[in-house]
Design a protein around this ligand. Sequence first.
Ligand SMILES: Cc1cc2nc3c(=O)[nH]c(=O)nc-3n(C[C@H](O)[C@H](O)[C@H](O)COP(=O)(O)O)c2cc1C
Length: 317
Amino acid sequence: MANRITSLFGIKYPVISGGMVWCSGWKLASAVSNAGGLGLIGAGSMYPDVLREHIQKCKAATDKPFGVNVPLMYPDIETIMDIIIAEGVKIVFTSAGNPKLWTKKLQDNGITVAHVVSSSKFALKCQEAGVDVVVAEGFEAGGHNGREETSTMVLIPQVRQSIHIPLIAAGGIGTGNAMLAAFALGAEGIQMGTRFALTQESSASQEFKELCIGLKEGDTILSLKKLSPTRLIKNEFYNNVQEAEDRGASVEEMRELLGRGRSKKGIFEGNLVEGELEIGQVSSLIDSIPTAEEVVNSVITEYNIRLEEMTSNNMKF
Ligand SMILES: Cc1cc2nc3c(=O)[nH]c(=O)nc-3n(C[C@H](O)[C@H](O)[C@H](O)COP(=O)(O)O)c2cc1C
């Protein structure tokens, strides 16, 4: 099948691996792209020189399209964008910021721009800003999240009604069945974070990956709501955050409690007690650490089988 997402990005399957701090370096991005999806390098945890190195290694590891995810609150944003343009990257997924700021400059340099949102209001703003593709992410997702806590099931159809540009669904999608559900709601592609964070090519620590594949329903929760809502595993760090929020700690106090490098400590260094452990709800459905290629293949196979079953069994009432 070809659709607007596969055509726009020049990929075989409309399956994207989301940019993820401490997980999605060149190894994961190139593996997903080589498997027929679209791999993204997550610039959010990289100094500019590190990002340049990852882009160059990714170019050496795949001749397929790949992209870079840039959270727009990044301190070195000008330098990051200069590197992306100079290295000839063709696809950028921006997040956590105003889509008006960078879209035109990137497009003027031949780059296709997607922007991540968590509401139909911001999806419309993306379309008005001239963004090429919207990623709508429900609050099941790992990582930073929308304040309104809209779930993917509710968000996708509303965004579909609000915009006419191509739409990628994210949040809680880890299987081909979920991909099919997202397509039924109007999405034309899926972005998965959690599923790809728990693959062999992800640069997350083995300790983090093993903890995540043992998680059960209810083991993650939206936290840090005073700063920037983030879905976390309930560990000691989360308990401290909760205790502080319950007694009405100020934003400054919360910022101090979070400190610097918490997500690196948890995800990359494997400190499961003191680290900030970002992962999505769908981790409770995941119990293995396959290669990225196995993930892409199983999602597409399951999507096709389920689609066939649903049409051949005639599910009409
Ligand atoms: C560990 C982790 C780190 C993430 N870091 C980022 C990031 O740096 N930038 C971003 O736009 N999204 C980030 N995300 C969100 C993903 O790109 C993706 O949209 C999300 O994980 C999709 O939902 P899912 O986790 O249910 O698959 C992160 C997600 C996880 C699990």
